[in-house]
Ligand binder design. Structure first.
Ligand SMILES: [Zn+2]
Length: 287
């Protein structure tokens, strides 16, 4: 556990086996590390149903006062996770209660890394997972990416009852193994479709001769809709399952549909003000 301080103009790094009993004031905020660490241990036990590993707090959680911290970061001024050194939390921007939320966000990255999935996922999934964890205790708004998009996607997932009503650990198990933003988008589409009655699933069963084709189409849908709000995802899925006149799709037909979905994505970029319904008619009319 390291504490980064600025004393008499010099940047110093102090190592502690444990900061319990230590207090520090930064920018008028008073931090009692006994409280912060006790609450952090309690949260780790509650969320992951394990005893908080001693080495996690001792070797993988660090604090710095703001002036020290600002030397390390670019845009996320509250905390950073480094897979070599662990979780780093900034002191002096928010009060002690909000700081415990910053700690659990960074520890979520650490847990993801300990489970071996952190490096296998992209930054949207990494941040989404940490934001979902932090939101068990409080909500922070992000106006920069990947955090902004990740939070929107997490909000969509939580809004869908088949995912949102699961206990934290079940949600963690699902999300922590997701590889990237397209797979995250796929997951939202799947829960959306389940909630709507499984029309997409039935359509794919009916028209795809094997799982490869079904996956190919579901991925193309996920890619096109990766930045969509839930409402637009529903519009796209409903319009998609109206594509008709097929028995089993042959390879060319799958290719044409995937191309139409890519075209929709291009149209959406080119004409952001045009309604999605109009754009879908343009992209799908020849199918
Ligand atoms: Zn983060």
């Amino acid at each position: 556990m390291r504490l980064g301080l600025v004393e008499k103009g010099s940047y110093i790094n102090k190592d502690y086996p444990d900061l319990t009993g230590y207090r520090l004031e930064v920018n008028g905020y008073l931090y009692d590390f006994s409280q912060i660490l006790t609450e952090t241990r309690r949260r780790v036990e509650q969320l992951w149903q394990i005893e908080c590993p001693a080495d996690l707090l001792r070797h993988r959680l660090h604090f710095s006062e703001q002036r020290y911290f600002n030397r390390m970061v670019r845009n996320d001024h509250y905390g950073i996770f480094n897979r070599h050194t662990g979780a780093h939390v900034c002191l002096g921007l928010v009060d002690e209660a909000a700081t415990v939320n910053l700690v659990i966000h960074e520890i979520a990255h650490e847990m993801h890394s300990r489970q071996g999935y952190y490096e296998l996922s992209d930054e949207y999934v990494q941040e989404g997972l940490a934001i979902m964890t932090e939101q068990e205790f409080g909500r922070r708004s992000f106006d920069f990416n990947p955090h902004f998009t990740a939070q929107q996607m997490i909000d969509q997932l939580l809004e869908l009852p088949d995912f949102g009503s699961l206990p934290f650990l079940a949600r963690w198990e699902i999300l922590s193994k997701v590889g990237g933003i397209v797979q995250l988008s796929y997951l939202i589409n799947r829960y959306t479709d389940d909630h709507e009655g499984g029309y997409l699933r039935d359509w794919l069963d009916r028209h795809c001769s094997g799982p490869d084709e079904a996956r190919h189409l579901a991925n193309a849908l996920a890619q096109t809709s990766q930045f969509y709000a839930l409402y637009n995802r529903r519009l796209l899925l409903r319009r998609f399952v109206q594509l008709g006149g097929y028995g089993y799709l042959n390879r060319n037909q799958v290719h044409f549909i995937v191309r139409a979905l890519l075209q929709l994505r291009e149209l959406d970029k080119r004409y952001p003000d045009q309604s999605l319904s109009d754009l879908m008619e343009q992209a799908f009319s020849h199918l």
